[in-house]
Design a protein around this ligand. Structure first.
Ligand SMILES: Cc1cc2nc3c(=O)[nH]c(=O)nc-3n(C[C@H](O)[C@H](O)[C@H](O)COP(=O)(O)OP(=O)(O)OC[C@H]3O[C@@H](n4cnc5c(N)ncnc54)[C@H](O)[C@@H]3O)c2cc1C
Length: 482
């Protein structure tokens, strides 16, 4: 063991856990002379994967699912023995609340971009003037940019007009990133949309051309017999994935409640100073922390200072558990997202008991509401008491369903500056970072939500790719050394 060199993973969220798991797996399988050390600032692993188990309810404080087409996280779940817990959502009607009324998304709309005439023409969601303006996309020349990137807001408004953006595209898309549509980079979030527009000269034509054939009739899941949706989760709660990965890491050193305070290169290795006053050496490092931690850890390396400027927004969710009879009048649907035109104080609501039946005991209801405004700092909202946040959530939800009883209990979660924002130029900045880092910090790799994708599956993919980069680096390094 003494002869082994260290590979250190900084941060024990899903990205860090993924990296630690696949590093350790390869080291064991190939009997390599390395050992992994995972350093996590908090007292637990999992980062944003946080599940509350209460009275038979499974409540996700953070993420609750991923797109099933992104397979890296499902593979990780299977690799750590959680394959049987994978569960699809039950599909249901999804609504957009615009100008205070509920509308279903017009058929054929992809990310809100119409690809079929009739459902769009007959939907009352967009006023006629807005529909005609959206049709001008067919004639407007393709977007010119200085640097190959543009913010979502100006891009979509130029092509499709304000009405479609405000009532359909923004509420559908900005919820994913909790981002400011006027600043979010299209190339770092939905590059395909921009590239299709560039190729076809029209978003509508581009999206229509790229449309996959209509899905086959929904097949039942083997566990519930109900139709499958497009999202996956774990019927044991997402935090159980972190626990399952941690259980597989019994041979590695995991330092919890320990912050990496400083990292410096020293000849052929790195020296890491920890908050417990220990100093460890590493041959290679995978950094998976939030970007806010990076400038302080790498204070000697100015090229990483731009992370000080990189924004992150805050979100607040309020999950409320009810008895079934508390809901006197329900809507036939699984979720709603709110357009700014509604002037509400919530951005979305999910009927989790319908969408994710495993989360809720029989004859009960579970609603998760995001309070605040998409893309705003939500500073004032963060300061509100739990009771006030519950009141705001109930007030807006009650505009569409009738509740006759208070919740049995409510779980409020505030995520202060925890949603990294990919503003215009983000992709290029990350490319530059990688180039400079390969010169100044060879063997150090950055992976996770602040870099190349915020979704859980993207984080797992990045964590895995970083492992490949570490071993490639160590291979070259050892050849040079010998
Ligand atoms: C409310 C919410 C809902 C979301 N919903 C979804 C969803 O439904 N689907 C989806 O795909 N994605 C969703 N996301 C995004 C997704 O959850 C995150 O992008 C992902 O979990 C980030 O994982 P990570 O490992 O990169 O970072 P984190 O989970 O943030 O982990 C980083 C870790 O680094 C540690 N750390 C920081 N500094 C140091 C230091 N100096 N030394 C040591 N450790 C340090 C932190 O303590 C933390 O544990 C959601 C996010 C939030 C907040």
């Amino acid at each position: 063991m003494d002869q082994k060199q260290n590979i250190v993973v900084i941060g024990g969220g899903l990205t860090g856990l993924t990296s630690a798991y696949y590093l350790n797996k390869k080291i064991k399988e190939e009997n390599l002379p390395y050992q992994v050390i995972l350093v996590e600032a908090s007292s637990r692993l999992g980062g944003k994967l946080q599940t509350v188990y209460k009275d038979g309810f499974i409540i996700e404080r953070g993420p609750d699912s991923w797109l099933s087409s992104k397979t890296a996280i499902s593979e990780l779940a299977k690799d750590v023995g959680m394959g049987d817990a994978l569960t699809y959502n039950t599909p249901g009607k999804n609504y957009i609340c615009a100008r205070g009324k509920l509308y279903t998304t017009p058929g054929g709309a992809i990310f809100g971009i119409p690809t079929e005439l009739m459902p769009f023409a007959t939907s009352n969601l967009i006023p006629w003037a807005g529909k005609i303006r959206a049709g001008m996309d067919l004639f407007i020349p393709k977007t010119k940019t200085d640097d190959g990137d543009i913010a979502m807001g100006p891009f979509f408004r130029r092509r499709l007009g304000n009405s479609l953006v405000e009532n359909l595209i923004e509420p559908l898309i900005s919820g994913i990133y909790a981002g400011d549509f006027e600043k979010m980079s299209i190339m770092a979030t939905f590059p395909d949309l921009f590239l299709k527009e560039q190729k076809y000269g029209s978003l509508i034509v581009g999206m229509k051309a790229g449309r996959k054939p209509a899905p086959k009739p929904q097949t039942p899941t083997n566990t519930t017999g109900k139709p499958k949706g497009m999202f996956l989760s774990l019927n044991t709660g997402l935090e159980s994935l972190a626990t399952a990965v941690e259980d597989k890491l019994s041979e590695i050193q995991i330092l919890k409640d320990t912050c990496v305070e400083n990292v410096e290169k020293n000849n052929d290795h790195y020296v890491l100073k920890l908050s417990n006053n220990e100093v460890i050496q590493a041959q290679s490092i995978i950094v998976t922390t939030e970007h806010q931690s990076i400038p302080k850890m790498f204070s000697k390396y100015d090229f990483l200072n731009f992370f000080e400027e990189m924004p992150a927004t805050s979100v607040i969710n309020v999950t409320m558990a009810f008895k079934k009879e508390a809901v006197e009048k329900d809507i036939d649907g699984g979720s709603l997202v709110v357009a700014r035109t509604s002037g509400y104080n919530i951005t979305s609501c999910s009927w989790n008991h319908k969408k994710w039946p495993h989360t809720t005991p029989k004859d009960h209801v579970l609603m998760r509401v995001y309070v605040g405004k998409s893309g705003s700092t939500n500073e004032d909202v963060l300061k509100l008491s739990d009771e006030k946040l519950e009141e705001i959530a109930l007030n807006d939800v009650s505009k569409h369903i009738k509740l006759k009883e208070k919740p049995l209990f409510t779980v409020v979660t505030r995520w202060k500056e925890k949603m990294p924002q990919y503003t215009v130029g983000h992709k290029k900045r990350i490319e530059e970072l990688k180039n400079i880092s390969s010169e100044e910090l060879p063997g150090v790799y950055f992976a996770g939500a602040s870099f190349e994708g915020v979704g859980l599956a993207d984080c797992v993919s990045q964590g895995k790719q970083a492992v490949d980069k570490v071993f490639n680096f160590l291979k070259v390094y050892n050849i040079v050394k010998n």
